[in-house]
Structure formats: C-alpha cells, structure tokens
Design a protein around this ligand. Sequence first.
Ligand code: DQQ
Length: 625
Amino acid sequence: MKSPSPYIPLLDSGRDPSRGPSKRRRPSRVVILLLAGLLAAALLVAVALNYKGSGESAVNRPEKTVPAVARGVTEGVSAKSFAPLLGALKSNWTNKILAWQRSAYHFQPKKNWMNDPNGPVFYKGWYHFFYQYNPYGAVWGNIVWGHAVSMDLIHWRHLPIAMVPDQWYDINGVWTGSATILADGQLVMLYTGSTNESVQVQNLAYPADPSDPLLTNWIKYSGNPVLVPPPGIHYKDFRDPTTAWLTPEGKWRFTIGSKVNKIGISLVYDTEDFKSYQLLDGVLHGVPGTGMWECVDFYPVSKIQENGLDTSDNGPGVKHVLKTSLDDDRNDYYALGIYDSSTAKWTPDNPIIDVGIGLRYDYGIFYASKTFYDQNKKRRVLWGWIKETDSEDTDVRKGWSSVQAIPRTIRLDKETGSNLVLWPVEEFDKLRLKKKVFDNVEAKAGSVVPLDVGSATQLDIVVEFEVDQKALESINGTNTTYSCNANGGAAERGALGPFGLLVLTDNDQVEQTPVYFYISKDIQGNFSTFFCADHSRSSKAPDVDKAIYGSTVPVIKGEKLSMRVLVDHSVVESFGQGGRTCITSRIYPTTAVGDDARLFLFNNATDAGITASLQIWQMSSAYVQ
Ligand code: DQQ
C-alpha cells in the first residue's frame, strides 16, 4: 500500500473528502417492520455435528483426535475449518501424497490460506483477481487482499498484496469487496473492513496510478469508512458490497447482504460519487429463515443473446439473478427474477425456489462466489472459492488451504428459461494435450469398464450417454422419491441408474469417486434425472469429507445425457447437461494418487444398459508464477 497521494480520481461530489463517513440515514421502514415483527424470536440453534467415523478399514493408523477449533465467529464471520471433521480420527499423510494434492491448473497462491474471490475485473488488457488471503498461515485470519493478473484467466502472475489491514477501519481484516468501472473508465473498489472494534463498515479504495495496467498500488480513501451499519442492523451483519450499477437517473446503486433475526436481506444504497450514500427504503429482497446473506451478487442475464450483459443493463429482454452465500450452510444459492429500478426491488420468478431455498450454482464445495462482466469478451464470468474438506491440521502441514474454481461463463439456459448454465471459460481448453476417444462403449447393467488413459490425475473428460430405450419404456414407475444424498449413493441400485464415471479410483476400486446420473420413473411414467457425486468411498483416510452431493438436472426431451468432468489432483469439477447442474469435489485418496489413479466407466443399474462415447484429454499444468 502506498500512502495517500493528492490524486483524487473520483467524481467531484462538492464534499470535503476528509469529513469522514456520511451521516447515518433514518432506518429503512422495512428493516423496522422486520425487526418489530420478530423482536420476540432470537433463538440461536446450535447444531451439534456429531461426526462418526466411516467404519471402513483405514490404511493409516489413527493417532489422535483433531482438537475442535472454530475460527472467525468472534470476528463476525463463521468458522472456516471443515466443521464435520472436528473430532475425527487423524490420518498419517505422507509428504508425497500431500504434495500430490496440490492442483495443477486451478488458481492457488504459492502457500497459505485463501478464501473469497474479490473485485474481479478486466482492466487495460489484464484480468485482475484479488482474493481473501492470510499471508501468515494456512488457516483463516489476518485477512489481506492477495492479487494476481492474467491475460486469459488460466495462466497467472502473482503480484504484491494489494491491501493490508493498516487503518482503524480495517485493522481486523480487509474483507470482501467488488470493483466498479465508472463511465470514464475510472476503477473503484468498495470493500468491507472489520474495525478495531470488529464493526463491519464499508470502505472505498482506488488505484494509486490508473495508468498502471497491473494496478499494483491502492489508495484507501481518506474519508473511510464511507458506510457504517444502519440502525436496526447488527454491527457484525453488514458486509460484502456488490459491484454498482447505473440507475436510469444516472446514480450508482449497489447492494449489501445482512440479516434481521433469521431473515436474510440485502440493503440497497445509491451514490453519485462513492463518497456519500443514500440508504433506500426497504430491501432489494429478503427471505425468511435463510440467515445472514454473505457475498450477495446481483446482475442481469439476457433472455435473447448468448453474450453476457454489463451490470447496468436492463430492459424487456433481461432477467436479473440474485445470488446469496448462506453463512448458515455455506452454499451459494441463486434465483431468477425481475428487477424494478423505480422501487429498487427484485421479485423472484418462482417464490417456491426463491434465493436461498432453491437452486444452487454448485451442489458440492463452492462458496462466496462473485461474477464480473468481462467487457473484453462480452461475457459474464463467475469465480468461486473451493475450500478444503480435510482437517485443519492437515492444511497446516501441507502449508496451504483452498483453490479457486476454474472461472465459469454464466448465462441463462435458453432451453429451460428457468435456470443458469455454468461452463469453464473457453480459454481453459488451451490446456488440453493428448486426446483419447472411446466411441460407443457398452456398459451392461451391473458392470465396470476400465478406460485406459494412463495416469488419471489431470484430465478433461466429456461423455455422452445413451440409455437402453427398451428399459426406459418397459420398467414400471414407482412412488419412491430419489435424492442423491438421502439414498445409498452410487451403491444404491435402481432400474435406470446410477451410471457414470469412477474418477480418482485405484486399480481394485477400493478408493473410488463415482460421478453419475440416476434416472427415476414415477407411476405416471414421468422421468426425473439426478446428477450426483459420491465421496463415501473416495478415501480410506478417516479425516476427510465423505458426503454425497448432487441434485436434479433438467433434461429436455430428445437430449442425450452428458457430463464434463475436470480432474485436477484433489479437485474435481463436474458439469451435468452442459452445466445446468454442477458439483465441485475435494477428494483426498490415499492410494488412487499419481500414476496409480485410474478412470472407469460404471453402470450400477439393475435393468438398463448404457452406451457411452467419451473424449478424454490429458491436461497440461497452468503457468502460475
Ligand atoms: N469472508 C469474508 C467476509 C465474507 C466471508 C471474510 C465469506 O467478508 O462475508 O474473510 O466467506
């Protein structure tokens, strides 16, 4: 950080920048109503996560239990360790296996802890990526803004830390924020600071030298903080400002997540100069029972064109996406709806799948995500944080924790009109090396077929499936409802599934991670398709996540089932039906590593045979320097 320079890049407000934060506005009427209606209820439910061992024989002799350390709650953010493992038996990892776990083509700092993506932006020919980073260790704390740049979103160059906690208003952490490019090309960052008293406030920063394409040095505005929690909002429930968009009146507008009791809400502010702000009446939207909304994102998607839209675009051909990261369950939920600029309110298309209670970007490990409009390629790009699902002790030993998902283009699904589709950015394909093609591989009901690709630790796999038509027609539908995680995972056999891939699997298939479809048929003859990933046998280690993830995936009549699976050491990203349903996995095998990691096709259905056509690329490593 440079000390403040006389350069004043922002729109002239006619206000003395040294005057300090703008005065608190009167409390929003909606907030008062929400508070009044819920004054009596403030029950904090403590969920005792009683993790039981998997019962499988472990290759590694258990040593001792991992002490239960919860991080971050006192600072106003929730614990960042993988909670279900607190108290689990500990594995004896070898240094070789820990080294293998590091990704080859996902974004990672050289060492230490990383969490949320911050302020992604394309500026003067470079993609900039900032991120929550602990320079001192592999656990959450001491949060600064790490910084890297890229020309293609795949190969990265690390730059010096962009912002550190050096002011009373961010001394407890330079937390999450977003970039806005003003009409004249100026760049501003709004970010949350945790103050010397752990109050969450919003701060303004801007490049010290706007002509520097690397944006190496940042200036914190002398009038910070520019916003403090408004009346009715708890001082630890006010964080993560979005990118701002223009109103028809020419003001900038943005939203910040919060909660009132258990109602997750998003507050809305207008500003003309990013120095003084007006809190609007009511909220952009709120959903009872969803708790604190972290890292809210709000942006338009086109109903007509394939291109992404600038955050300020609106009109009849546009829907608006509202995304929230739910602090209570650490998942990213979105909903499609209509935004009314005159009232600053957003209404979901379908209240049954409102934000926080319906669709998710990803049904695996994917949190605190943020999109940006890439004016370079006219697309909207999504970044998401993939945390570890091993123990904190292991993270400390390996010296790093977390990766970022491969950036994904995000657009409205024109086929269904009711969900988004997420797909790795096209630049990712440049990492493809040697390709192997397997045409029309048959897998009878109850079979496993090896796919000889050599080492299976850095792959891009694209598969299309055909399911035996006769079986689809002839089996009798049932009343039973299926869900990926309520049933027995890939071991649970149905007439029409599960079938798919076994990734990061050893030769004997003792360690295996099935990524699969499951088709169910009801008594009326209607089909539902599920896309799941089963981690229950992914590792013999006792102290890693063994959950089963997934959800339904929309399939249009006549479509073949298809999946794309990216394997990158301990990180696997899976995309069902062109990215309608996505699942990100962290997988920590003990034997299916390096050259011993294999790939299989499997069909665990009792009735239907399947035929699969596969294209499989070995993937080169990204250049992250
Ligand atoms: N992480 C940041 C907060 C945000 C949380 C702090 C989400 O700003 O709410 O590191 O992971």
